[in-house]
Design a protein around this ligand. Structure first.
Ligand code: 26Q
Length: 819
């Protein structure tokens, strides 16, 4: 194997070339002269993979031998982004690969661009999981990430006449060099059927599950390399396959065609990622996915990571399962079932163990985003688990009644079982009861979680609740995505910041150094030129030079208020049309949107349509003399984020206060030297505290003000009637100006704002516009802007996911790095 001891320089350019050509010949079966770019990419990936292999095997052996406590990160999503660049960075093979490929007449950048990213997540929650496993590997903490190997990840977004059209994400089509399937280690997962009681050999009354059908979970291992430290953790994603028993039981397969259909049915379980990231529908297949990956993962950990004679009474000494939202919480009754029905534990013994093995992270405040599964569905799919959930609830309610005698109302309020609108299991309540710790993802969110979402629980168990503010990996989102800034930082304070991001503080004094400012501004300019090329090639979009780059990238949601950004654009444009502003009073600005809408979310899709139509008209109107542009590249993903965020001047974080749990794009932008215009919401609060009011453009109502206005009764129409600038902007849309004269095309979006506006965009409009004026003022003084941008970088080291991981370790997991 091509390998080198940790710390030693990696192999030579010659060694690399040999290995690369060997991979090209033996794996791809082609000669260099006849190879395609895809062959070359796959061979390069294999070369890097081989280089990591010895370290990976060694990490696994060392960790099992040490018998230390590990983290089992349970997440239905991992939004990994491209693997090659990150693997080259982690192994310090970038220069060698570049030089080696040049000797072969090849270009590393071209090969890197061949990779299709694994988009196995929707947005923030999935990307957070990817950042966390990167940090744990880099910090030498034993962790196994468990999840689902979706055959189709998040859909590929295209625009047809400005409307979103979804295409399947065929990320596996050209080969998948980063994964290692292990069919021999497959796990059987049962579904359906009934339960029965029986008396065991000792005369004890027991229950067992008699399932009706099953599928196989095939593990696919992925390497999670630490940054330059020789550790390689594992991400294990499960793929569903049919079993013989499956087609017999479900379809009574007599004929061949029927049997093949049965296969398809089973394999549907890991076929596609659900693209909704709020208001989840209670779809049976989604529940199957959740149980499928959780059952595989628990089985895998217990059978394969522990010694054969391990006493499961001590399970909490070897694992803490972190629940990434409620999606994997079926793991709680599953562990109870394993311990009682398979390992012979009593209820009390099983609960004693189970109640120490889980911790729960909540990622939302929206009531409609909280999962509730109907007991009908649960009982049909997982009858034994439903029984166990009922029993957990009985035990829980007994505790509640003991703490609050006579307060029956409270007991009903807190019940894990909801009775309306139908009988269902409140997964957040189950998670909270079962978890050792419950955390929100930013300081404000954790406070609101205690006060508004789970007030009875936090009253009963105040110490169960904690905050861990999210973070992002500086490896991918600064070092890799922003090479020019990284070089400047290295030259100024050394290279240690990549694994110790608070050291960015040492940059603070350099905000006053004109030479540093010039290099900083030049790095930003370079990133903009690079983005210009990317958008030209990828989307046929032309970015004008010298514009303020105003970036709003995130899922499309009413609460995130893309519509507010749109009203600002329309308003600027309207003021030029109506002569209230002369064109030279408009700060040259390009607004870039990146946003996918859930395919069934009509309002979100209509908003995308409106943005695209406004863009068309604004971009083409000569009256603006090119000073205002709107770019909406389709299919925003991690790969595009890595190019867009480093180029951003202004970061739009404009959710209604109290709605965005944290945000992580806000952190990525600040760390790359964008200034934030934002509400007092999620992690914006902490960003502003750290960078200082002067370097952050705050606007809008605070969360308590939002609550007050809601209680008073909010009527958006009053803001429309009372604000001439707002009225003019909305009227311009209603006039048909952006729809070829059609005065009704955007009724859904506009009338929703005028008559409902659940997220109070109109109430915050004036404040937002005022803040944008302050942005323009600062931008006009380019030196002052650059100073602020530098201070944003210098003061946001806190948002490294390494720090998040330290917080989890200290407050929740109590695990040790293996140094
Ligand atoms: C649940 C059940 C059925 C189908 C889908 C879902 C589902 C899937 C994804 C529900 C929610 C999600 C994703 C939520 C999410 O990404 N939340 C974001 O998490 C980030 C990381 O903590 C925060 O920064 C964001 O504020 C939060 O919106």
């Amino acid at each position: 194997l091509a390998t080198a001891p940790v710390g030693a320089p990696p192999f030579s350019v010659d060694g690399f070339v040999k290995e690369f050509i060997h991979e090209l010949n033996t794996n791809q079966g082609v000669a260099l002269s006849r190879s395609s770019v895809n062959d070359q990419y796959l061979a390069l990936a294999s070369t890097v993979k081989n280089y990591l292999m010895a370290r990976w095997l060694e990490t696994g052996r060392k960790t099992r031998d040490a018998k230390v406590k590990a983290v089992g990160y349970l997440s239905a999503e991992y939004l990994l982004g491209r693997q090659l660049g990150n693997a080259l960075l982690a192994t310090d093979l970038n220069d060698i690969a570049k030089k080696g490929l040049e000797l072969c007449g090849l270009d590393l950048v071209t090969l890197r661009n061949q990779e299709v990213e694994p988009g196995l997540g929707n947005g923030g929650l999935g990307r957070l999981a990817a950042c966390f496993i990167d940090s744990l590997a880099t910090m030498d903490v034993p962790c196994i990430g468990y999840g689902i190997r979706y055959e189709y990840g998040i859909f590929r977004q295209t625009f047809v006449d400005g409307r979103q059209v979804e295409q399947p994400d065929t990320w596996l089509a050209l080969g998948s060099p980063w994964e290692f399937p292990h069919p021999e280690a497959s796990v059987q997962v049962n579904f359906g059927g009934r339960t029965e009681t029986y008396t065991d050999a000792d005369g004890t009354e027991r229950t067992r599950w008699v399932p009706e059908w099953n599928v196989l979970g095939v593990p696919y291992n992925y390497m999670v390399p630490g940054y330059l430290n020789g550790r390689v953790n594992t991400l294990r994603l499960w793929s569903a396959q049919a079993t013989k028993a499956f087609d017999l039981a479900i379809f009574n397969a007599g004929d061949y065609a029927q049997a093949v259909r049965a296969q398809t049915f089973a394999e549907n379980i890991s076929k596609v990622l659900y693209p909704e990231d709020s208001t989840p529908q209670g779809k049976e297949l989604r529940l199957q996915q959740q149980y499928f990956f959780v059952a595989c993962s628990l089985r895998d950990f217990i059978e394969n990571e522990l010694e054969d004679d391990f006493d499961l009474h001590d399970l909490d000494q070897r694992i803490i399962f972190q629940l990434n939202d409620t999606h994997p919480v079926i793991a709680v009754p599953e562990l109870m079932r394993i311990l009682m029905d398979e390992k012979g534990f009593s209820w009390d013994e099983a609960w004693e163990v189970t109640s120490k093995c889980f911790a729960y992270t909540c990622h939302t405040l929206l009531p409609e985003a909280l999962e509730v599964w109907s007991t009908d569905l649960l009982g049909r799919l997982l009858p034994r688990h439903l029984e166990i959930i009922y029993a957990i609830n009985e035990q829980f309610l007994a505790e509640v009644r003991e703490a609050y005698p006579g307060d029956e109302l409270r007991a009903r309020r807190m019940s894990i079982i909801a009775e309306f609108p139908e009988r269902g299991v409140r997964m957040a309540y189950l998670s909270t009861y079962a978890a050792t710790k419950v955390n929100g993802v930013a300081a404000l969110h954790s406070q609101l979680l205690r006060d508004k979402v789970l007030p009875d629980f936090s009253e009963l168990w105040p110490d169960k609740f904690t905050n861990v503010t999210n973070g992002v990996t500086p490896r991918r989102f600064v070092k890799m995505a922003n090479p020019k800034l990284s070089e400047l930082i290295n030259d100024t304070i050394g290279a240690g910041w990549v694994t110790d991001l608070e050291r960015l503080k040492e940059l603070e004094p350099f905000a006053e150094d004109p030479e540093f400012r010039e290099r900083f501004a030049e790095a930003k300019a370079w990133n903009k030129r690079r983005l210009t090329q990317v958008l030209r090639n990828r989307d046929g979009i032309d970015l004008p030079d010298g514009h303020l780059l105003d970036v709003m990238v995130k899922r499309l949601h009413e609460y995130k208020r893309q519509s507010l950004k749109l009203l600002h654009i329309v308003s600027l444009y309207e003021q030029v049309l109506s002569g209230k502003l002369t064109v030279d009073q408009v700060t040259p600005r390009t607004v870039v949107f990146g946003a996918k809408a859930a395919p069934g979310y009509k309002m979100a899709k209509d908003t995308i349509h409106l943005i695209n139509k406004v863009a068309e008209v604004v971009n083409a109107d000569p009256k603006l003399e090119g000073r205002l542009k709107v770019a909406f590249p389709a299919n925003y993903n991690v790969t595009l984020a890595e190019k867009l965020i480093p180029a951003a001047d202004l970061s739009e974080q404009i959710s209604l206060a109290g709605m965005e749990a944290s945000g992580t794009g806000n952190m990525k932008c600040a760390l790359n030297g964008a200034l934030t215009i934002g509400t007092d919401d999620g992690a914006n609060v902490e960003i502003r505290e750290l960078v200082g009011d002067k370097h952050f453009f705050l606007f809008g109502m605070s969360e308590p003000e939002v609550a007050d206005l809601g209680a008073k009764g909010y009527s958006p129409g009053a803001y429309y009637e009372g604000n001439a600038q707002l009225k003019a902007a909305i009227d311009l849309i209603l006039s048909g100006h952006f729809s070829g004269g059609d005065q009704h095309l955007f009724d859904s979006v506009v009338y929703n704002l005028l008559h409902s506006d659940r997220f109070m965009a109109l109430a915050d409009f004036q404040s937002y516009v005022d803040a944008q004026a302050r942005v323009e003022e600062r931008y006009a003084d380019r030196d002052a802007w650059t100073r602020s941008a530098i201070l944003n970088v210098a003061r946001t080291g806190f948002f490294s996911s390494d720090r998040s991981m330290r917080d989890y370790i200290q407050r929740i997991w109590h695990t040790q790095p293996m140094l």
